[in-house]
Write a protein that binds this ligand. Structure first.
Ligand code: PAZ
Length: 321
């Protein structure tokens, strides 16, 4: 008879939950293509003239939870992807190559200062029927197009879009496993708002849920926590930064500390829903640092000082390993 300690038993349970999540999830249609693009990107960006380079995986936006296999309805969340997109710009400026794992249709790097519908708001057709950038928007458009083009032409930005929780976790796994070879030079910046509960694929109905009188019951189960797997198996040497969002400021820092310890993160960025663009707290094992947006500058963003701090901490991590 196998005798398992409580902690062995709970470890095994977690592993089996994770395995069953991946086994039952609908397979990614473009899995081979994503794998190939990741491999090429990492090969290209891991070394230059014998010097090891840094690669970061930024996750951004929220995952959906489908309610039907032929999905008509799904559970979603508020995340706009602004944090991930803006942080990507600063990480590129700091010399990182960025894998931008992003929710389809959310904010994209270099586009955050453009109007919501840039194609319709930034262009006009002149008398000769030529498409022109509107004078008032030309600076913002030039900057967005120029900087985006520079990053993609140099092969420093790889965008991988997801929608559902199933896609997101499979893509995170593929990305992390292909970044394993980078050792301490890999960083994970996990700003995506990942669903905590989902409907397992095998218990999901096939067709559109029909209207019926009376209340409707649906059973959601907890999404297995992948941070420990990322830390211990997928990319064990990487510098890992996760995010904690709360609406109740009284529990925010305590929850961030818990996540730091439980998932062995190198840092947790704690933020509150309404003030998330003004201030965050960087929680590490030896300090809590409040990071503010510079409100003397109208265009300043909190991601600028935040990324500066994280890049310094990542450098210290690399040099001590
Ligand atoms: O995407 P956004 O800029 O609107 O918001 C960013 C954020 C609040 C989703 C991010 O900073 C964050 O905290 N992500 C983790 C959320 C969580 O606790 O699951």
């Amino acid at each position: 008879m196998d005798v398992l300690s409580n902690s062995d038993a709970s470890q095994n349970l977690k592993h089996s939950e994770i395995e069953s999540f991946f086994d039952s999830a609908p397979q990614l249609k473009d899995r081979d293509d994503i794998d190939r693009r990741l491999d090429e990107f990492i090969k290209k960006n891991s070394q230059s003239s014998g010097k090891l380079l840094r690669v970061v995986c930024v996750t951004s936006g929220g995952t959906t939870v489908p309610l039907e296999k032929r999905c008509v309805r799904y559970i979603d969340n508020f995340s706009s992807g602004h944090r991930g997109a803006t942080s990507t710009e600063y990480l590129l400026k700091a010399g990182y190559a960025v894998i931008f794992l992003n929710r389809r249709g959310t904010c994209q790097p270099f586009c955050t200062s453009l109007p919501e519908d840039p194609l319709l708001s930034c262009f006009e057709i002149d008398k000769e029927q030529n498409l022109q950038v509107l004078g008032s928007q030309s600076e913002a458009v030039m900057r967005a197009v120029g900087e985006h083009r520079a990053a993609t032409d140099q092969g420093l930005l790889l965008k991988i879009p997801f929608t559902t929780i199933f896609e997101y976790l499979q893509m995170l796994q593929l990305t992390a496993m292909s970044m394993k070879t980078l050792g301490t030079h890999a960083m994970f910046y996990l700003a995506a708002a990942v669903s905590d509960f989902y409907v397992p694929w095998e218990s999901m109905v096939e067709h559109k849920i029909q209207s019926a009188p009376g209340p409707f019951d649906m059973r959601l189960v907890q999404v297995p926590k992948m941070l420990s797997v990322l830390r211990n198996y997928w990319a064990p040497m990487a510098y890992c930064v996760s995010f904690k969002l709360e609406t109740d400021s009284k529990i925010l820092l305590e929850k961030a500390e818990m996540a730091l310890k439980k998932y062995e993160m190198n840092a947790v960025v704690a933020n509150e829903l309404t003030t998330r663009k003004e201030e965050v707290v960087l929680v590490t094992s030896n300090e809590r640092i409040k990071v503010h947006r510079d409100n003397t500058q109208p265009d300043a963003v909190v991601e600028c000082p935040l990324i500066k701090l994280l890049v310094e901490n990542h450098s210290a991590y690399i040099s001590t390993r």
